[in-house]
Design a protein around this ligand. Structure first.
Ligand code: 13P
Length: 336
């Protein structure tokens, strides 16, 4: 298939009303933190068992268009010996892969960071593609304080995100472009809106400069929220309104799908906010690409025990279903 047709068919499969993406691409370090929090030792086999619990949950293909995997999982197999990427494809769920290699400090800034991993990326992507990956993910992070993010952090991260996206598209892999404005801090929702707009504008200007076709990307932004430690808590309506306002000012309508990260919101909050934004038609498909907001309740219910697998899968499916309803503005809190 020609490269553009490959990209198009992936976008068509992902940008579907009622479907979203599961981010199950936690690095070993993050997976270890999450597993140990529910009393499970983070061995390679336990990480595999946990991921299999998620992927084998019945009927998830009704609400999941794709799953983002970590390299370790891309190489692992389900209990029936099927490699995970084929296991997911057989269910009609596209496998994707996290390709960034984490964060490094930007010299001369106040501990701001840029995402690394461009060296050797074309070769790695070619390998991942052979293993079945249809899309990739790269996460940039931005810290908010009174002064930050600095113009340097905004421009450096945008350029790197755009170079990653261009490399992906040149190889027929759809890039998830993920600029995450962090929830940490005591900033107001208004400050988050100003920062998010500046970040997104710079990302789209870098994508254009790097000849990326924005019709063939998935944007994965954070919602516009007040900081975790902000005394004035914003209402769900405010979050939906501010997020849409920022997106409309900075994201071209040609972008086919916006799949939000959850970023430390509770599972319920992430669903409520998505639902409110989908009460009215928007220029883009608006969906989810959550990790914690989809997984946390299920992981807690599992706690590493075989006898809890079924229950954990039901809880995971329930969260997926509620978020699927939220992509159509049809969720209500009493469905929890
Ligand atoms: P959260 O939904 O837990 O923020 O994770 C999404 C993600 O993929 C972060 O890169």
């Amino acid at each position: 298939m020609a490269i553009t047709d490959e990209l198009k068919s992936t976008i068509v499969a992902i940008a579907v009303k009622g479907k979203g993406i599961l981010a199950a691409d936690e690095s070993t370090k993050t997976a270890t933190k999450r597993l140990e929090a529910v009393g499970v030792q983070s061995t390679e086999e336990n990480r595999r068992r946990y991921r299999e619990l998620l992927f084998s949950a019945p009927d998830t293909n009704k609400h999941l268009a794709g799953v983002i995997l970590y390299e370790e999982t891309l190489m692992q197999k389900a209990s029936d010996d099927t490699p995970f990427p084929s296991y997911l494809s057989k269910k009609g769920i596209l496998p994707g892969i996290k390709v960034d290699k984490g964060l490094v400090k930007i010299p001369f800034t106040e501990d701001e960071e840029v995402t690394q991993g461009l060296d050797g990326l074309p070769e790695r992507l070619a390998e991942y593609k052979k293993l079945g990956a249809k899309f990739a993910k790269w996460r940039a992070v931005y810290k908010i304080t009174g002064k930050l993010p600095s113009p340097l952090a905004i421009s450096t991260n945008a350029e790197v995100l755009a170079r990653y996206a261009a490399i992906c598209q040149s190889l027929g892999i759809v890039p998830i472009v993920e600029p995450e404005v962090l929830l940490d801090g005591n900033h107001t929702i208004e400050r988050c809106a100003v920062v998010s707009e500046a970040v997104l504008r710079e990302v789209f200007s870098a994508l254009k400069r790097n000849l990326v076709n924005v019709k063939l990307i998935i944007l994965k932004p954070s919602m516009v929220l007040s900081g975790k430690d902000c005394p004035q808590k914003s209402s769900p309506e405010q979050v939906a309104e501010e997020t849409l306002k920022v997106l409309k000012k900075s994201v071209p309508s040609e972008v086919p799908t916006i799949n939000f990260l959850s970023g430390g919101q509770t599972p319920e909050q992430a669903t409520i906010h998505l639902n409110l934004m989908n009460k009215h038609p928007q220029p883009w498909n608006l969906s989810f690409s959550y990790a914690r907001a989809l997984q946390d309740p299920a992981m807690k219910a599992w706690a590493g025990k075989e006898e809890n697998v079924k229950k954990a899968q039901q809880i995971f499916f329930h969260r997926l279903k509620l978020n699927s309803l939220a992509t159509e503005g049809k969720y209500a809190v009493n469905m929890e």
